[in-house]
Design a binder for this molecule. Sequence first.
Ligand SMILES: Nc1ncnc2c1ncn2[C@@H]1O[C@H](COP(=O)(O)OP(=O)(O)OP(=O)(O)O)[C@@H](O)[C@H]1O
Ligand SMILES: [Mg+2]
Length: 357
Amino acid sequence: MHILLVGDPAAGKTQLLKLIAALVPRGRYVSGKGTTAAGLTATVTRDEEFMGGWVLEAGAIVLSNKSMISIDEFDKMSKEDQINLHEAMSTQTVSISKATIQATLPAQTAVVAGANPKLSRFDPMRPISEQIDIPDTLLSRFDLKFILRDVPARERDESLVDHVIKSRIAEDEIKPLIDKEFFKKYIGYVRKNVNPRINREALATCKNFFVELRSKYAGEESAAVPLTLRQFEALIRLSEASAKIRLSEEVTKEDAQRAIKLMKASIKQLGYDPETGKLDIDRAEGGVSSSKRSRIRIVMDVIDDLQKTIGKNIPVTDLISSLEEEGVDEHAAESIIREMKNKGMLFEPRSGYIQKI
Ligand SMILES: Nc1ncnc2c1ncn2[C@@H]1O[C@H](COP(=O)(O)OP(=O)(O)OP(=O)(O)O)[C@@H](O)[C@H]1O
Ligand SMILES: [Mg+2]
C-alpha cells in the first residue's frame, strides 16, 4: 500500500508521518529534503578503507523491506530522485547496476508520503488535482491520496489548541485509546500470523466497482486522477488489509466494501465525483461560495473578451461597465476586482488599468 498526503503547511502531516513510522515495527521516517535517491534506494560506493573494491549500500526503502517508510517533503525531492522511486513503488524491488556491481534488492516497502501543494498552499480557485506537483506516473503508484487543508474552523481549531495545551501540561489526559506499544505488537502479530484468502463475492464487488468507475472515466480527457489497473490491485490489497486488521482468514464482501469506501473518499478529495467520474467543481473549489465563484468566472470571461479587442491592459472603467452589462452592479464589481487583486489573480500595471496574471 502506498499513501500520499498532500496538504497546506502546518496541517499536521509531519506529525502524522512520524507517528505512523513509530507505530509500525521497523518503520522509518525520512525527509525528502535531506534525502537523495541513492540514500533512499541503493548506492554503490568505493570502499577505500578495507577491501578496496566497490560496495553496495542499501538505502532506507530497502532497509525497511516488509515494513513501511514515511517520506516527508516528497515534493521537495529532486525530480530524478522521485523517478528513481518508480521501480521500488511498483515492482517492489530496487535494481542497481554500477561499476562492478549488479544487484536487485527486495523493497516490499509501503510508502506513506507527505507533500505540499505546488504553490505551498491550496488555491481555492483551482481544481485540487491541478495543484499537486508530482508526475502522473508516480501519482498512479499511490493507492490512496488524501488532501489536508488548513481551513480555519472555530470548533476544530479550539479542540486542536486544547489538545496541544493538554499535551504540554498533562500528558496523561491525551493518552490514546490504544497504547502505542500494544498497537505495534498487534501489527507485528497480524503481519506474521494472518494471511487471509479473498472470497468470490469480495472479488466480484471490487471488480464491479472498478469497471463501473472506469467506464465513467472513459470519456474524460483529463487524467488528473489516474485510474489504472493498479487501483484495482490496490482495492484487493485494501480489502485484504481490512480482513487482516480484524484477524480474519477470509476477505469478505464487507472488507471489499470498506476498501471501496476508502478509495471513493480518496478520489472525492481530489475533486472528482466517484459517482459520475466528472470533476466535481464544488468539492475541488471548496471554501468559496458558488455565487462568488461564478462572479469570478464572469470577470475572467469579460477580461478575456476585452483583451481580444483592447489589448492586454484594460481600463478599470471599461471592465466595470462591461460587467454591468453582464448583470454585476458597480459596487459588486469593484469589490470582486479588489478581491481578485488581493488574491493575485489580477494586477494593476499602471493606475486605472487592470491585467490578468
Ligand atoms: N491534527 C493535529 N493534531 C495535533 N497537532 C497538530 C495537528 N495539526 C497540526 N498540529 C501541530 O501543528 C504543528 C505543525 O504540524 P506539522 O509540522 O505536522 O505540519 P506539516 O503538515 O508537516 O507542515 P509542512 O507542510 O509545513 O511541513 C505541529 O507542531 C503540530 O503539533
Ligand atoms: Mg512537515
